[in-house]
Design a protein around this ligand. Structure first.
Ligand code: CP
Length: 299
């Protein structure tokens, strides 16, 4: 069954298969307009979302499928009455052909999979993983520079709690001759588990102290928001802000990505710079999620 649970499940080859399909969907959307004819997708979001929920729903609709959805499952579903996610999955699979879930638990996909009889798509698991975001991130990088072999990526922001970062590193590490640089406040440093994962794939994690430590010809500046919903207390605002002055120190080929929503970490004065690709990145999420539904639900 074609579940999407973790970035760990992908190889370079399966990524290329997905991205080739995504390219075709993006270039020939009409060819796929009836692919989900007669299929219903259930969308359960226990945490807030704009892009992921609405792009998954749009993806199903653009493929000719139908959607059943809760806007705020933590308040409006029977999760509020104490129903476990496993019980919810057992019920929804009697209604729908695939289930898309976002939940605050880091480990919910492992629980859901024990009972799942239809494809489950992970739309965010606590501070663990956000694999479909990483897929659209890598797709966007591939569109920009054709391959991720030899890519130099700088990750910034909340590297501790940012699930998009965790999934992205797993995918990026599949490619050859990758360089990874990290710049964050110390309280949001990348967990050792991900440094070990990179090292096991012979990628050195280069921790930076300021923007000057990041090579000027870095391919990707990938910034993230401080995930204030994930911790108690006040750790202050982001120190490392990408604005026009900072971006202009980097190469004309350096692109800026961000999973969005942003706070102060990316200044709006770079929005019109062609290197600022975060809105294009969000748009690519639609096509990648269409491709994931095609893989999960078409024969
Ligand atoms: N990137 C992302 O997950 O955005 P949303 O929270 O709006 O879905």
């Amino acid at each position: 069954m074609n579940h999407v649970l973790t970035a760990k499940q992908y190889t370079k080859e399966t990524l290329e298969e997905l991205f080739t399909l995504t390219d075709d969907i993006k270039n020939n959307p009409q060819k796929y307009a009836k692919t989900l004819d007669g299929k219903i997708v259930a969308v359960m979001f226990y945490e807030p979302s704009t892009r992921t929920r609405l792009s998954f729903e749009t993806a199903a609709l653009r493929l000719g499928g139908q959607v059943i959805s809760t806007e705020n499952a933590s308040a409006n579903s029977s999760g509020k009455k104490g129903e476990t996610l496993e019980d919810t999955v057992k019920v929804l699979q009697g209604y729908a052909d695939a289930i898309v879930i976002r939940h605050s638990s880091d480990t919910w996909p492992q629980d859901a999979i024990k009972v799942a009889q239809v494809p489950i798509l992970n739309a965010g698991a606590g501070k663990g993983e956000h694999p479909t975001q990483a897929l659209l991130d890598v797709y966007t990088i591939r569109e920009h520079r054709k391959t991720l072999d030899g890519v130099k990526v700088a990750i910034l922001g909340d590297l501790l709690n940012g699930r998009t970062i965790h999934s992205l590193l797993r995918l990026v590490s599949l490619y050859n001759n990758v360089e990874v640089y990290g710049l964050s406040k110390e309280c949001f440093a990348l967990p050792q588990e991900y440094i070990d994962m990179l090292n096991a794939r012979e990628i050195e994690y280069k921790k930076c102290n300021n923007f000057d430590d990041i090579p000027k010809d870095v391919d990707i500046l990938y910034h993230t928001r401080i995930q204030s919903e994930r911790f108690e207390g006040d750790f202050g605002k982001e120190e490392y802000i990408i604005n026009k002055e900072v971006l202009n120190k980097f190469s004309e080929n350096t692109i800026v990505l961000h999973p969005l929503p942003r706070n102060e970490e990316i200044a709006t004065d770079i929005d019109d710079d062609p290197r600022a690709m975060y809105f294009k990145q969000a748009h690519n999420g639609l096509y990648v999620r269409m491709a994931l539904f095609v893989q999960a639900l078409s024969k």
